[in-house]
Design a protein. Structure first.
Length: 542
């Protein structure tokens, strides 16, 4: 592993391995478990890592070996119905009980000293939050890496299906626990067939050839777009953070598909008075465990050493560390978000972006969104390899994408915190989605996405509706000579399933109606201006 990643801490011990242990689940189903341990005398704390993705690559070296070499027992376990474990995998429903059953088993092991931590990314974060709903007394620390706590929000945004995420999860949950070769073959098959799947009419069931069969749980999550539906009751583990007193480290990236969930849990933990830390890097969901692994591993190890080895020497003095986009630098902060002032930036009919408020709320401009030729998605917070910052030039050249651009900056401008769009929109059908994105345009004209979000419009035809669209958070410096750009369109396909324009479910629609979307002048891009940032005077905005 050290040949793969430089800048990893030096190992302290040789590691041993005890594979194929059987741990009884809550209902007695056998949970296959591997035990990694330091080959040294003494008492060492234990890390519990529960995964639906198997116990081989990359989990065994990254979590088993590397943490055992640092002085931890590591219990790496396959969730029920995966990786050889018994029972049937049922997305999110068994993790709390099976985690508790595993701790009951640990108490009977001669090497378990009573100090327990948890660590892991993505769904391995979900099992931690489920475990923390009723934390056992042995639990002393947790590390959530790009963690999930709300399955609904992974699959839907305001009722819009996050189609590309759903398909990526389908591949991961179905094949990754079978080994890297089957998983990679399945991922390549989906990539080749992605267009056929995402443009099928109807969309329901179209994934079957690409994913190799029907997945009832995937059908369920795709066909329940309402967060209040009984299907989702008990799915979110958000409330675990509202009363937790277990020190918890949170790690994410600005282009992580689960970044918003991390920020939500950080806020809950801070309000609960729980000791917590936040690290946000320039990563996507997957690159955090690749290019970002030295930082992610070091941060995780420092937290676990501090709270399980009583060695706080690796902790930083502040609760928050974020990577500053546009500056390519790290900054330590006392909290997140830091003190900011929310400044509105307004679009003009000439395509400008200004801080001068409009005089009225008249129609500004309109565009036509055609679901038969949907506006494509490009980069952003996805689970797939296409995530992250991208040159938006080809996207912005389309007739169905509006852009509003500010003047070249004469001094740096810092944006720190949650970005949103306050939109006043009317449509000719009453049914539309609105995708809104903040970009950084360099002096050569290259437009790169910073953050974005999607909102859903449901109103009477031609009646303006006010909607606020959260666009996630960022820490970004717009350099001198750069310009802000606000991008607005009617969707981002296949990141989100295309809105058919009729009010019909995107899963069942076979008829698509083009929608004329009108933006009104009192719409605004709401930017959190950092205290050390700057703003243009009205004269410079002209």
């Amino acid at each position: 592993m050290r040949a793969t990643w430089r800048r990893l801490p030096a190992k302290r011990h040789d590691a041993g391995w005890e594979p194929g242990l059987v741990v009884p689940a809550a209902d007695g189903s056998p949970l296959l478990t591997d035990h990694y341990f330091p080959r040294a005398e003494g008492d060492f704390p234990t890390l519990l890592v529960r995964s639906p993705y198997g116990r081989g690559l990359p989990w065994s070296p990254m979590y088993g070996l590397l943490f055992a070499e640092q002085g931890f027992h590591v219990v790496l376990q396959s969730c029920r119905g995966t990786g050889g474990s018994g029972g049937a995998f049922d997305l999110w429903r068994n993790e709390a009980a099976d985690g508790q059953a595993t701790v009951a088993w640990l108490r009977g092991q001669p090497w378990f000293g009573g100090a327990l931590g948890t660590v892991g990314p993505s769904y391995l974060g979900y099992v931690q939050w489920a475990f923390a709903l009723d934390p056992p007394p042995e639990l002393k620390a947790m590390v959530m890496q790009m963690g999930l706590h709300d399955p609904y929000a992974l699959f839907h945004t305001h009722g819009a299906l996050r189609l590309e995420n759903a398909l990526a999860v389908g591949v991961g949950m179905t094949y990754q626990h079978q080994g890297m070769a089957p998983f990679l073959r399945a991922a390549l098959r989906l990539r080749r067939r992605l267009r056929d799947v995402t443009t099928a009419q109807p969309l329901r069931g179209a994934y079957v050839p690409a994913l190799g069969g029907e997945l009832p749980w995937l059908d369920d999550v795709m066909t329940h777009p309402d967060a209040e539906d009984a299907y989702w009751h008990g799915a979110s583990s958000a409330q675990a953070a509202e009363r937790l007193d277990v020190p918890t480290s949170l790690i994410t990236g600005w282009h992580d598909a689960l970044a918003d969930q991390t920020f939500e849990q950080y806020d809950r933990l801070r309000r609960a008075g729980c000791e917590t830390a936040l690290l946000v890097g320039p990563w996507t969901h997957t690159s955090a465990l690749q290019q970002g692994w030295p930082e992610v591993f070091t941060e995780s190890l420092s937290w676990l050493r501090a709270h399980l080895h009583a060695d706080p020497s690796g902790l930083r003095p502040t609760a928050v560390r974020v990577h500053i986009g546009g500056e390519n630098a790290w900054r330590d902060l006392e909290d997140w978000p830091p003190a900011t002032a929310i400044d509105p930036w307004f679009p003009t009919a000439q395509g400008h972006l200004t801080q001068q408020p409009p005089a009225d709320s008249a129609p500004l401009t309109s565009f036509r969104y055609d679901p038969a030729d949907p506006t494509p998605s490009l980069g952003g917070p996805l689970l797939s390899r296409t995530a992250g910052p991208r040159d938006n030039g080809t996207l912005e050249a389309r007739d169905d994408v509006l852009t509003f651009t500010g003047p070249p900056l004469t001094e740096p401008l810092d944006i720190f915190g949650p970005v949103s769009a306050r939109l006043r929109i009317s449509t000719d059908t009453g049914h539309a989605d609105v995708f809104t994105r903040l970009c950084d345009v360099d002096p050569q004209g290259r437009s790169v996405n910073i953050c974005d979000g999607l909102g859903r419009i449901r109103t009477a035809a031609h009646v303006p509706a006010q909607v606020t669209v959260p666009m996630s958070s960022t820490a970004h410096r717009f350099a001198v000579g750069h310009r802000l750009r606000w991008q607005i369109s009617g969707g981002a396909h296949p990141r989100y399933a295309r809105n058919p324009g009729t009010g019909q479910s995107p899963l069942d629609a076979t008829t698509f109606t083009p929608v004329h979307i009108t933006l009104h002048t009192d719409s605004a891009l709401m930017l959190p201006m950092h205290a050390h940032g700057s703003r243009l005077s009205p004269a410079e905005n002209g």
